[in-house]
Design a protein around this ligand. Structure first.
Ligand code: HEM
Length: 236
């Protein structure tokens, strides 16, 4: 079986990924100190750091939205049910039986069907919830500290519960995400790809045309997955 090196992640994508990872990790660290879970920076300092990282994340998100829009990379996140069950089954069972990955990563289709669904959920639900609840939190406490009259918010409870629930969801995601990054071709191949941009991919199809993510391997039947994977723009 031959192998080929493919450029999967562009420079901006890698910068965005690692900045986002650092900021979310730092927001978790400072956020849970604000929450009262432990003492590390000290409450006042944690609040200040949390606000700075939050502003940085908002700026990063603005750049990322622009990048996804102009490069067409948003199409990577269009969900598909095709191979979704196979991918789930692989993570639950196949991976422990040394079975091959059911889908293949290419520059045109980087995300498997499960990743598409989870990342889309983060982008359109969890991150917006965190940003909106966080900003409302800020508006509430600073400068008025008497609620946000303009938008009729007079209790912090709902916002705080939402923001904290989102933080738990992100913490859970990070743990699962870090584990899943070790399940590539080798333990570090996914990590290396996100650092260098390049990933070595098996090339086991006769004409070198590897099936894309969301596409089954040649030996698999698609009869119970009638949907077609969405087209992905070539931008990587
Ligand atoms: C742009 C996004 C965000 C903004 C504007 C924001 C803003 C805030 C603010 C103003 C507070 C209250 C600080 C205080 O009590 O003085 C807070 C609390 C908190 N934040 Fe964020 N935050 C953001 C993102 C995040 C993220 C991504 C996480 C976790 C991954 C997070 C986790 C927390 C936690 C756990 C608390 C404590 C909540 C509580 O105990 O009620 N925040 N955030």
């Amino acid at each position: 079986m031959s192998e080929k090196k493919v450029y999967i992640y562009t420079r901006f994508e890698r910068f965005w990924h690692w900045m986002q990872a650092m900021l979310i990790f730092f927001l978790l660290l400072t956020g849970f100190e604000v929450h009262g879970s432990y003492k590390f920076f000290g409450y006042d300092q944690a609040v200040r750091y949390h606000a700075v990282a939050a502003y940085a994340l908002i700026v990063l998100i603005a750049f990322a939205i622009f990048w996804h829009a102009v490069t067409g990379q948003w199409k990577q996140y269009v969900p598909t049910r095709k191979m979704l069950t196979a991918q789930l089954r692989y993570y639950i069972l196949g991976i422990f039986r040394d079975e091959p990955h059911p889908t293949r990563k290419t520059a045109l289709s980087k995300l498997n069907p499960l990743q598409r669904l989870v990342y889309l959920g983060l982008k359109i639900l969890v991150i917006p919830v965190m940003v909106i609840s966080g900003v409302l939190y800020m508006l509430y406490r600073y400068p008025s500290s008497h609620g946000v009259a303009a938008i009729n918010v007079d209790s912090l409870t709902f916002i705080a519960v939402l923001h904290t629930a989102g933080a738990f969801a992100l913490a859970f995601f990070i743990i699962a995400h870090v584990y899943l990054t070790t399940t590539g071709r080798t333990v570090t191949s996914n990590l290396e790809a996100m650092m260098t941009g390049y990933e070595v991919i098996e090339d086991d199809t006769p004409d070198g045309e590897a099936p894309e993510r969301g596409e089954p391997r040649p030996d698999e039947t698609t009869s119970d997955h009638p949907e077609h994977a969405p087209e992905i723009a070539a931008n990587a």
